[in-house]
Design a binder for this molecule. Structure first.
Ligand code: FE2
Length: 470
């Protein structure tokens, strides 16, 4: 009998390369390209175990589609944190919620020269001609999409090693311009909005000083504005260095601060205005757009930051109650907004790891469908066990659920020349508890029903984000 925790939060035993996976059903002939995915490849190093879902050593996975066939490969992301873990058999770099077991001497040394992980396991992006594995520390890892081999560190805020970054860059101009927000820690810290480009020094668009910076995983972008949503999960930066606690455990929930939306003009970089919302927390912005003089910001919200606590591995194992549910919200800013900002909801279904047809409809008011994972209400569990599709125009939803199956982030791939927004497929890596392995699931994005699945021999650990590249 398999145990879903051992499968999803264990370790990947092998790096493999399979030219042709067995396929049940039919993978559409128009589907050509690679689904690249990122996430932890192991939560176990020697006799040590990482503590949180956002820890672990990164692994890349690639599913490549051609003429109805699909191949698979996986590689650990080779980096300093990986190399040292392998050579010493110990966790050697600080992660999101796990620190190495330091001696007193090492702890003092670490204050002056912190060993932050370079195991960039959160997301994948193509910026210019670079394929990057993205993490929250300054060290992003460039890799070869054909071999999945690492090509070295890329740091887009070069002058500072003491910063963190959002991991969901926004793109404009057909993907040519990429934007990120970094937080530099100091006595007075700073949020920095950057335009990132391989061939030039990153361009600083805006900077904003802050005493207690917030933990931010993503941000919003509309045609005219950057939206920096400052959740009241904040830190005194000195505590990160001196407290001896892992990174995220230095942050404190201060709901009395509310949740300000900082609106920056994209052209001038100037702060246009700040609007206050009641306190809430989010990892993911979904989309943002402007219509009739108003700005709309879509995101997945939680009443507080308890969702971070809920991802400690021990709590997932021990807890029989479902994860806190993320609520899809649309905040409206009419620029004469009264505080707190109003918002609208669209579905009783919760959502996390939200996706939509970004390449066609980012910053576009007409987008209608958002896809994600959530916990099935009839089968409550301490981790995501279904996929959901929310129709924002009709406030309806569709679910994909199969007992014993745990789907990862759903990625939308549009059919070439499509006329309907949802003419395409959803692909997701699904962990199958019964069989003890994973499969790539292909759904019709419109009906949200299965059209094909391709099994791989091993389980893919619970991961985060990925991207499809033609
Ligand atoms: Fe994310």
């Amino acid at each position: 009998m398999n145990n879903i925790f051992d499968l999803g939060f264990g370790q990947t035993k092998e790096e493999i390369n399979l030219n042709q996976l067995p396929v049940q059903g039919e993978i559409p002939n128009w589907l050509h390209g690679s689904l690249l995915r990122n996430g932890p490849g192991t939560f176990i190093v020697g006799s040590q175990v990482y503590r949180h879902w956002f820890d672990g050593l990164a692994m890349l996975h690639r599913f490549q589609f051609q003429n109805g066939k699909v191949s698979y490969a996986n590689r650990f992301l080779k980096c300093k944190a990986y190399d040292e873990a392998i050579s010493t058999g110990k966790i050697s770099y600080s992660e999101f919620a796990t620190d190495p077991c330091f001696s007193i001497f090492d702890r003092v040394k670490n204050v002056f020269s912190p060993k932050l992980t370079d195991s960039a396991k959160v997301n994948i992006a193509q910026i210019d001609d670079m394929y990057l594995a993205l993490g929250e520390t300054p060290m992003q890892i460039q890799f070869d999409p054909k071999t999945l081999d690492s090509l070295g560190v890329y740091n887009y805020d070069k002058r500072s090693s003491r910063h963190i970054t959002t991991v969901h860059p926004h793109f404009d101009n057909g993907g040519k311009a990429a934007y990120q927000i970094t937080t530099r820690f100091g006595r007075i810290s700073e949020y920095r909005i950057l335009e990132v480009n391989k061939h030039q020094t990153p361009r600083l668009i805006s900077r904003y000083s802050v005493k207690e910076p917030a933990y931010m995983h993503s941000f919003g972008m509309s045609p005219s504005y950057f939206i920096l949503t400052e959740f009241p999960l904040v830190v005194y930066p000195l505590n990160i260095l001196l407290s001896g606690r892992p990174f995220i455990e230095n942050f404190r929930w201060k709901p009395e601060k509310g949740t300000p939306f900082y609106i920056f003009d994209r052209k001038s970089g100037k702060l246009v205005n700040v609007f206050m919302a009641d306190p809430f927390f989010a990892f993911h912005h979904v989309n943002a757009f402007e219509e009739e003089g108003r700005l709309y910001v879509d995101l997945v919200a939680y009443p507080d930051a308890d969702i971070i606590e809920a991802f400690y591995l021990q709590r997932i194992r021990d807890n029989n109650s479902p994860l806190p549910g993320g609520e899809f919200r649309r905040y409206t800013i009419d620029f004469e907004s009264q505080n707190p900002l109003p918002y609208q909801t669209f579905s009783e279904e919760n959502l996390e790891l939200p996706r939509f047809d970004y390449s066609a409809l980012n910053m576009n008011s007409s987008y209608q469908y958002v896809y994600g994972v959530s916990v099935n209400r009839k089968n409550p569990f301490s981790f995501y066990n279904q996929m959901v599709r929310i129709d924002l125009k009709n406030a309806t939803s569709k679910l994909w659920f199969e007992k014993g199956c745990f789907p990862g982030e759903p990625v939308f791939i549009g059919k070439p020349g499509k006329r309907q927004e949802d003419d395409g497929v959803i692909v997701s890596i699904v962990l199958n508890e019964t069989k003890g392995n994973s499969f790539l699931l292909v759904l019709n994005a419109s009906t949200f029903t299965e059209i094909a699945r391709a099994e791989i021999p091993h389980p893919v650990l619970f991961g985060y984000h990925g991207e499809f590249f033609q």
